[in-house]
Design a binder for this molecule. Structure first.
Ligand code: NDP
Length: 295
């Protein structure tokens, strides 16, 4: 089921499994079991963040898996409270220390700080240093809008490998995807199956959408599998989260069918243009800052 999972080649030549395993909101005491199960069934890419408070448990599950370090692609994120050149270099030490790793595969800025773009640019410069020093294999960003990418590229010397942003059928951000593509940045979908339409609101959930359910029935698949297939066929990375073994397996088992052009277009047509996550322009240290503990 897993050996043929697609990989994406990043703009610096590093290979990343397109499908990763997310752990946002996974409590630390459930993280070892979830990541262990994910690795057992064949995921080889885990997405965490300093702000999730579970890097230590992600690292423990990887260490206990018995897999070679080189067989697991580990991605984590610097929180905005650690932005700035020296602070972000130290953020690497904190994340690597908790993960128990010498090297992180993909290290990204969790958000832009639009009102303190100087700090954002300095944080990214630290990522460039870590890349040059071999402490990380690739660097990138998250929740960067086209104007943030443009602004970053006025000082950056390395084009981000990845921009991790909210993308699910109900919110697709075509402008961000186009900006990423123009720069050679892989778009990585967070909440790829629209989990945020279920846990953040009482409105329509992607899982119940008639078009998605109809495609699932047609292909003998589940709604989550249809959405993940859509991401992969359109060249995106996707990092679904679950703590339930049956769903962890389900979300990886997405290669048994193919969506045709009309079906992909039907999913594209579901975009409502309504963001569920935080508005990137409104992210400030005052509103979102919080200290990230030492390793
Ligand atoms: P997802 O789209 O991955 O959905 C996860 C939710 O859906 C959970 O509530 C999960 O519950 C449920 N679920 C999982 N699989 C299925 C299934 N097959 N059928 C039905 N329900 C299912 O949303 P997330 O917001 O968690 O995003 C995924 C990952 O993206 C995060 O874990 C994190 O790594 C990253 N992320 C990054 C952000 C950023 O700002 N950069 C913001 C948000 C997420 P259960 O666990 O009970 O199965």
């Amino acid at each position: 089921m897993t050996s043929t999972l697609p990989a994406l080649t990043l703009n610096n030549g590093v290979t990343m499994p397109a499908l990763g395993f997310g752990v946002f909101q996974t409590p630390p005491d459930e993280t070892v079991a979830a990541v262990r199960e994910a690795l057992r069934v064949g995921y080889r890419h885990v997405d965490t963040a300093a702000a999730y408070g579970n890097e230590r448990e992600v690292g423990r599950a990887i260490a206990e898996s018995g897999l070679d370090r080189s067989d697991v692609f580990v991605e984590t994120k610097v929180w905005i409270s650690d932005f700035g050149y020296d602070a972000t270099l130290h953020a690497f030490d904190k994340s690597a220390g908790k993960l128990g790793l010498e090297q992180i595969d993909l290290f990204i800025l969790h958000q832009a700080l639009p009102s303190r773009f100087d700090l954002t640019a300095e944080a990214y410069r630290a990522l460039e240093t870590l890349l040059a020093d071999g402490r990380v294999r690739a660097i990138g960003v998250s929740n960067f809008m086209p104007e943030h990418l443009d602004r970053l590229m006025t000082t950056a010397t390395v084009v981000p490998a990845v921009n991790q942003v909210e993308v699910h059928p109900y919110f697709q951000q075509p402008d961000v995807q186009a900006a990423d593509a123009a720069l050679g940045v892989v778009t990585q979908a967070w909440s790829p199956i629209g989990g945020i339409t279920a846990y953040r609101e009482n409105g329509a959930r992607t899982f119940d959408d008639a078009t998605i359910v109809g495609l699932a029935e047609r292909h003998g698949a589940t709604p989550a599998q249809v959405m993940l297939r859509w991401h992969l066929q359109q060249g995106r990375s996707a990092i679904p989260k679950s703590t339930r073994p049956e769903r962890i397996a389900e979300n990886l088992d997405v290669l048994g069918f193919t969506l045709d052009a009309d079906e992909l277009a039907a999913l594209d047509a579901l975009d409502q243009g309504v963001r569920r996550g935080p508005e990137p322009a409104d992210v400030t240290l005052e509103a979102f800052g919080r200290a990230i503990p030492e390793a």
